[in-house]
Design a protein around this ligand. Structure first.
Ligand code: ADP
Ligand code: ASP
Ligand code: MG
Length: 814
């Protein structure tokens, strides 16, 4: 004897019903088969809706009823094309009953729980009838048995309690002599001891099937649905979720109680006692193994089993001095809620007993608030208690697993991961069984929280990083090329899944919430929305993805002003833009403190020396307790290029132009030649060394002439370079006479920071610096005589992009 249950999603269309028929035909070759069916997908909701409309006096209820009728007749036509007239007539008769009932509700404007059950029971009656007729039209000899004749309940309409003894004996008696190979039964519906139609609660067809399996001591109970088993999290919300192969009853019960809708929680109880395994299978993919729920001794090597969520929760908090140490207080509270038939989903109480907090379904809030305030009116009036505090739009997420109690640090890991992603936790509960750790969070954070926890506990330490890149010019584009090339490597070797979610240039922006195709992003960006900095930020915040990073590849002051807003949302910031770190000291300090406060890294390695690990090295020295004594550095790739190429055989103007053409200078070369760019860099190194300094504090002895400095435009500036060629030649000649090299040097000592052109003698580490290379010498307490030296290409789009990339990876590995 096999008991199978097919959910509404499995009987939603003719092709799905055909799958069901094939599965039944196959199974019934070997065994007698009992098949419980739900209403056609969506029909229970439609019935409910038509009833509510009729009750409100809205004639639209008839349209909904007509839609239900059409859906069923259409199915019948598709499934049974011949000799269907009689079957159609029988169906039509049922629809007439349905319409009569709805008309009655419309006339008296009343929809009681009792009438609701009568109304909803049409769904399963209709689906089971169609399934039986379809099988019989194919010579399968199926018998339709009305479950209302077997399952007896009390009269708690809409969620009736089953009278087990009588139900068991009815089921056993009926099937004892039932000769047919296939029996079809409607799920969800039953009858009270008074003979009224009742239902077992939404999703209750699973329970019908479990009752039958238990009464007949079946070998197995199969629940067929639209997903391939019970997943590590709801697969509709967590893309990476996967089916749990084996799970014990307690874990499955805990997951389904906490929102894993795939199995109705009450269904486990009847089969648990008899140790009948439950198999959850996918009607559309019958070959996939699905999930097997069985006895607790399944040994699986996993720390947690699944995560689930209950949406639309309200928290009620009752607090006040009147509660402390007074016995019977909770009894009074829970007694009242029980009396009002309000289900409590979660309870927390601090040991101070100053407050008690409970989570309930949002729909019960009004009733609960009134009831509690009434019950404690006396205490509230005497200020021993505050009126009950209500917080809405919340949800519960729960981490479930039976091995969790043997493991330390599970809740630390759970809350650490949530905190890092700026998910605020309003209440926490952990049962003494330690099978479940639950947290109440904002409804809007549910998807992010599920994905964050899934990544933390179920993806073998794989981590997704979501990038929002502003500025996709020269360097930004190179960064995207590098990400595209390295994605596979990062996944395999560093377990990092880098996704680019948003890109923007100064004109357009484009987003793809599950990661863009790095081959076609340029085209998509062209057709994107008009770019706005606040719009870009809003999108990044609204998408609310875990491990989000904002990457600034611009040189814009306006973009640098955005960082603070990203950090506040715990979105990390990576910048090659130097403006923020060289702006006013308070601004820089604020960014640094926000990064700490909101647990969001702020990285800017490329501010100094492009991809060279200069800031990282400095931060590591500081973090390990070293002290910076002085820094000497050549930090301008462009000035280095210029003075390496400038001789008495060239013209200063031409060399500067060449540097600009090769992309070594800023778009305005005056920023490089005036020393401002280098001054910003040494300022950043000074600040990272722990000094509170501003740009004005950096001594800048210019090598330009007053004439150069007075130029208004870049073109003007170039003309003054021609006019003042003799000045530059004299700088060159002075150095050459001593056999020395001109280098633009930045220095930080105990006397402060300075930048300027220097003549460097042979033998000095700066003397042989080639091309656009940078060099930094750190003299520290641990490296007092022989400095720690970092040297290499310090300018260019490729190395800058790779520096940004390294910062992004640092965040990923964090
Ligand atoms: P049926 O109509 O077959 O009873 P349900 O809609 O009641 O189907 O249950 C199946 C749905 O449960 C899935 O489509 C999925 O969206 C949802 N679900 C929620 N949590 C889980 C989970 N952990 N594993 C599988 N499905 C889940
Ligand atoms: N048809 C009912 C519902 O939608 C019962 C079920 O599907 O299990 O809730
Ligand atoms: Mg269901």
């Amino acid at each position: 004897m096999k008991v199978l249950k097919f959910g509404g999603t499995s009987v939603g269309s003719a092709s799905h019903i055909n799958n069901v028929i094939s599965i039944l035909e196959e199974k019934s070759k070997k065994d007698k088969v009992i098949c419980v069916v739900s209403a056609i997908g969506g029909v229970t909701d439609q019935l409910q809706q038509s009833g509510l409309l009729a009750q409100q006096g809205d004639p639209a209820y008839l349209e909904v009823a007509r839609a239900i009728e059409e859906k069923h007749l259409q199915l019948l036509t598709e499934l049974i094309n011949e000799n269907a007239a009689e079957i159609k007539a029988a169906l039509k008769e049922q629809f007439q009953h349905l319409k009569n009932l709805l008309n009655g509700i419309y006339l008296i404007r009343e929809l009681s729980p009792k009438t609701t059950d009568k109304l909803l029971s049409f769904g399963e009656q209709l689906s089971s009838f169609i399934a039986t007729e379809t099988l019989n039209a194919r010579d399968s000899n199926a018998v339709l048995k009305n479950a209302q004749e077997l399952i007896v309940t009390d009269d708690s309409f809409t969620k009736a309690q089953v009278l087990l003894r009588q139900t068991h004996s009815n089921i056993a008696a009926y099937f004892k002599n039932a000769p047919q190979q296939i029996t079809i039964l409607p799920g969800f519906i039953a009858r009270s001891f008074n003979g009224e139609a009742t239902t077992l609660g939404r999703g209750g067809s699973d329970y019908t099937a479990a009752l039958i399996a238990a009464a007949l001591n079946a070998k197995e109970l199969e629940i067929w649905t639209d997903v391939s088993g019970m997943f590590t999290a709801n697969p509709k919300l967590v893309k990476q979720a996967y089916p749990i192969k084996n799970i014990n009853y307690q874990e499955a019960m805990e997951l389904s109680h906490f929102g894993a809708k795939v199995l109705y929680p009450a269904s486990i109880q009847p089969v648990l006692e008899l140790k009948i395994p439950i198999l959850i299978k996918n009607t559309l993919r019958p070959d996939e193994s699905g999930t097997r729920i069985s006895t607790p001794d399944v040994k699986e090597d996993r720390n947690a089993t699944g995560i689930s969520n209950i949406d639309h929760i309200t928290l009620l908090t009752l607090q006040g001095s009147g509660m402390v140490g007074i016995p019977g207080f909770s009894k009074k509270l829970f007694g009242r809620l029980a009396q009002d038939r309000i289900n409590i989903i979660l309870i927390t109480q601090a040991s101070s007993e100053h407050s008690i907090c409970i989570a309930i379904d949002q729909k019960d809030v009004q009733k609960a608030e009134n009831g509690i305030n009434e019950t404690f009116a006396y205490e509230i009036e005497r200020n021993q208690l505050d009126s009950v505090l209500i917080e809405e739009n919340l949800a519960i997420i729960a981490l479930v697993g039976s091995r969790m109690k043997h493991l330390q640090g599970m809740s630390g890991k759970m809350f650490g991961a949530l905190g890092k992603n700026n998910i605020n936790i309003r209440a926490i509960a952990q049962g003494a069984s330690e099978m479940n750790i639950s947290a109440v969070i904002d409804q809007k954070d549910v998807k992010k929280a599920l994905n964050t926890l899934h990544e933390r506990f179920f993806e073998g330490d794989h981590k997704q990083v979501n990038l929002f890149i502003a500025g996709v010019g020269n360097v930004g584009e190179k960064l995207l090329v590098q990400i595209k090339q390295q994605r596979k490597y990062l996944k395999e070797h560093l377990k990092l899944n880098l996704r680019v979610i948003g890109v923007s240039n100064s004109k357009k922006m484009y987003f793809k919430s599950d990661g863009m195709d790095l081959k076609t992003w340029k085209e998509e960006l062209k057709n994107g929305e008009i770019a706005r900095l606040d719009g870009f930020r809003k999108k990044a915040i609204d998408l609310n993805l875990r491990n989000s990073v904002f990457v600034d590849v611009t040189a814009s002051a306006a973009v640098s002003k955005e960082y603070i807003y990203y950090l506040k949302e715990s979105i990390a910031v990576v910048a090659c833009n130097k403006i923020a770190c060289s702006a006013a000291l308070e601004d820089y300090q604020q960014l640094k403190s926000y990064a700490l406060k909101y647990n969001a890294p702020f990285l800017f390695e490329t501010n100094v020396g492009a991809g060279l690990p200069i800031i990282d090295t400095l931060q590591n020295l500081m973090a390990s307790g070293d002290k910076i004594v002085s820094i000497q550095a050549v930090l301008s790739g462009s000035l280095n290029f210029i003075f390496n190429n400038f001789t008495d055989q060239t013209k200063f103007h031409d060399v500067v132009q060449q540097a600009q053409e090769q992309g070594y200078t800023e778009p305005d070369p005056r920023i490089d030649l005036s020393g401002v760019d280098v001054a910003r860099k040494i300022l950043i190194l000074a600040r990272e060394s722990g000094l509170a300094m501003n740009l004005e504090d950096v001594k800048n002895k210019t090598f330009l002439t007053d004439n150069n400095n007075a130029s208004d435009t870049v073109a003007d500036f170039y003309s003054t370079l021609i006019e003042d060629e003799p000045h530059f030649q004299s700088l060159y000649a002075s150095a050459k006479a001593k056999n020395e090299q001109l280098k633009y040097v930045a220095t930080l000592t105990e006397n402060g920071a300075s930048v300027g052109l220097q003549e460097i003698p042979i033998g000095h580490p700066f003397y042989n610096l080639k091309g656009s290379d940078n060099i930094v010498m750190f003299f520290t307490a641990r490296y007092p005589e022989q400095p720690l030296l970092v040297k290499g290409a310090g300018a260019g789009a490729d190395v800058t992009a790779s520096g940004l990339f390294a910062d992004i990876i640092r965040i990923g590995n964090n």
